[in-house]
Design a protein around this ligand. Structure first.
Ligand SMILES: Nc1ncnc2c1ncn2[C@@H]1O[C@H](COP(=O)(O)OP(=O)(O)OP(=O)(O)O)[C@@H](O)[C@H]1O
Ligand SMILES: [Mg+2]
Length: 330
């Protein structure tokens, strides 16, 4: 039996899978996907050499795509940061890239997430499920049958992973807020006792990329240099604290901090506002997603009485939880 937890984010694609009793495997890849002619070749590649040399090459609707590649390597960048991402060929290319990574011809159960706001739209969730289910020709000579698909709200994966580790003494008595600070979106779910509170769970489109855009403006204002958002995103992913750009030394750490201090309170304000109908205060907060470092301070200011749990692998938490869920439910 092959169980796959898949979290296709706007910034990164995370996957966790296991096969029978083998140790689970988890991977993080950049969410870059584009028709192959727009993907840069590796430096030193032969003229006419079509192999990417990185990422995965897949076929979507008779067209060859590069998948799981750094968006900085795509000419003209990625152009699909919008609500209907899940319906685009780029999304399918990332999906096929993930299936290629797993390498099995059969996936017994796939669990994946949609932004919380989209998940409330049952029609939409059904549509995405229909795209993922069934037999897929991933590339020449390799096809995969996906036999069962479950779609859950994005941040719920981290909750499953959290429950599995039983960090909390009595989670059944908690009013738990799970927040997934992603690249493009922030998703949150409120879990009171063991029930999900739909009215206090939602998404907003101001994740890490919002902070990165602010960093771009601050660098321009302070150093007089234009640096693309994809480039800054690459530096953040590499964990660079500072970088030399021409004659300037740019303190990325300080600029990231300043950008977050400016924009994070507004984002966290939206989360607080969505909880205003709850009579019981949030007493535990679980944070996950790659942009957590940008938003944690604003969260602690907004919910000072709560106990904080940071998912041990914040970027992978959803995918890991999705796989656990896939495995538990067969
Ligand atoms: N060390 C890091 N590695 C990767 N991303 C990081 C790191 N530190 C901060 N980030 C930020 O985390 C974000 C990516 O996080 P994540 O992978 O959780 O997002 P995503 O799931 O792709 O996005 P979304 O949930 O909006 O679809 C980026 O905006 C990036 O700026
Ligand atoms: Mg995400």
């Amino acid at each position: 039996m092959v169980h796959l937890g898949l979290d296709i984010g706007y910034g990164q694609t995370k996957l966790a899978w296991s096969s029978n009793y083998a140790q689970p495997v988890a991977e993080v890849h950049p969410s870059g996907a584009a028709p192959i002619e727009r993907c840069d070749r590796m430096a030193g590649g032969q003229v006419g050499d079509t192999a990417l040399g990185y990422g995965e090459e897949v076929i979507v609707g008779n067209r060859r795509f590069g998948s799981l590649i750094d968006p900085d390597r795509i000419q003209n960048g990625m152009q699909v940061l919008h609500q209907d991402y899940a319906g685009t060929p780029e999304y399918m290319a990332l999906y096929y890239g993930a299936l290629a990574r797993v390498g099995s011809n059969v996936i017994d159960h796939l669990v994946t997430g949609l932004p919380v706001a989209q998940c409330k739209d049952k029609e939409r969730a059904r549509y995405v499920k229909s795209l993922l289910l069934g037999r897929h020709n991933v590339r020449e000579g390799f096809s995969v049958s996906v036999n069962q698909v479950t779609i859950v709200p994005q941040a719920v994966g981290a909750y499953y992973a959290f429950q599995d580790r039983r960090i909390a003494a009595q989670p059944q008595h908690d009013t738990l807020l799970v927040v997934d600070f992603g690249h493009f979106s922030v998703d949150w779910v409120l879990i009171s006792g063991r029930s999900f509170r739909d009215s206090s769970s939602n998404s907003c489109a101001q994740g890490g990329s919002y902070v990165i855009d602010r960093m771009v403006s601050l660098i321009k204002a302070k150093h007089g240099i234009a640096v693309g958002r994809e480039r800054i995103y690459g530096y953040v992913r590499e964990g660079l604290k500072a970088v030399h750009l021409g004659t300037e030394e740019v303190d990325l750490h300080a600029i990231g901090h300043a950008a977050a201090a400016e924009v994070a309170p507004t984002v966290v304000g939206q989360i607080r506002a969505s909880l205003r109908d709850q009579s019981t205060d949030v007493n535990r907060v679980l944070l996950c997603g790659g942009s957590t470092p940008f938003f944690e301070a604003a969260m602690r200011d907004a919910f000072p009485k709560a106990v904080y749990e940071l998912a041990p692998m914040p970027v992978l938490a959803n995918a890991i939880g999705f796989r656990l869920f896939a495995k538990k439910s067969g």
